[in-house]
Design a protein around this ligand. Sequence first.
Ligand SMILES: O=P(O)(O)OC[C@H]1O[C@](O)(CO)[C@@H](O)[C@@H]1O
Ligand SMILES: [Mn+2]
Length: 447
Amino acid sequence: MLLSKYFHTYIFSCCRSFAYLTIRDRLPEILSKVVDTVHRHKNKFFQEHGQEGVEAEKRVISFLSKLRNELQTDKPVIPLTDGLPDSELWNQYLQQQKALLGRNERPSWFKSPWLYVECYMYRRIHEAVKQSALLVEFPWFQSKKQQLFFYVIICTTLKIIYLCNILCSIGFVIDAGKSPKIKELMPFITQISLWGNRCDLSISAGRDNSQKSSLLASLEGLKAFILVDDSKSVWSVLLESKKTKAEETSSTRVDIILDNAGFELVTDLVLADFLLASQLATEIHFHGKCMPWFVSDTTKEDFDWTLRVLQADNHFWMSNCGIKWEGLAKKGVWVYHEHSFWTLPHEFRDMAEVAPDLHAELQKSNLIFFKGDLNYRKLTGDRKWDLTTSFHQSLQGFHPAPLCSLRTLKADIQVGLQPGQGEQLTASDANWMTNGKYAIIQLSAST
Ligand SMILES: O=P(O)(O)OC[C@H]1O[C@](O)(CO)[C@@H](O)[C@@H]1O
Ligand SMILES: [Mn+2]
């Protein structure tokens, strides 16, 4: 156990771990669904590109089927050949993995760190698409993500933001630090964005996983499932920034490293709106993926689509928020960023070296929210830390600014628990780390 914290979560077929089951069952299922989707669009490719479109579709399907076979038969991980700007970094990473294994071994699908192989699969799907210029625009996971945009629930959520805005506009927020209303609303809105993370499509291998019951009605009952709740300190970090703001700069910046599109994205936009309305922040920077990732992760297309659909809706609260948010984006109060680092296999402690520009950008922030499970795995390096290791230590020097993880647990990595807390959880629910029932609001404020 002493050395365990230095090891990544490996897949190892012998122990039937969550990582092993993901690679064995979930990833092939996701690949099969992508193949099905491409196949179902055969006529569309023909209509748009004639016979060439059909040939392109066949090539992509054959590439994806070969990929599934490589995975299922534990073939070696091979270098990328698409020559895209990030491929060199991927191939260097493979070399590093080889060096770690020693001379006679090669990284293969089941004998590699889980985080690496899972990211690699999504990058190979991208390679498959990019090899045919004709199909580049094809929305691989788009329709699935749009199904996650669960109308009724979103409506209820937006009702809340509407109420918050009313509160703010009638003067509750003269001074956020002194306003009990804002202090009460802050944890409430944070929890909405937190539980929004339950709905990702990679854990369910693409099956609908959306929030069907009213999240707002369940919030009180869900509190018992928040294992670490630093929301009070998050509030303090923002208040501190607000105080020093006047002395140093004129802005308080919050960054949100987005996770899933659909319902979760709307809850994040609600959080962003609240931070501005309550004057706890003056600008919000969103960070999304530059290619389809882990099925449901947010891309620029998803972000724009969400704002468009909200604006065009007949429902007052929906269109009101859509129009307001589009305006914030146009004015540059909401800024959307893309960076290829988010779709690399690297853990975040490597950011300063691999993506110094992104690291420098994040250093400008007063508080960074990292949404979701995958971001948590990358924050902590996906390592087997003891459950009581401090969050700060698990970040291994990554600290561009105060940062807070909002995550429901979907992978067997966790830090920052109280002594005995993990044992108690295991006794009452053996799958507490992976079943998405539990969550954390975990802050690292110190540098
Ligand atoms: O969307 P999230 O919260 O990052 O969750 C994705 C999670 O689902 C999984 O793909 C499940 O296998 C994990 O690898 C990953 O951490
Ligand atoms: Mn995700």
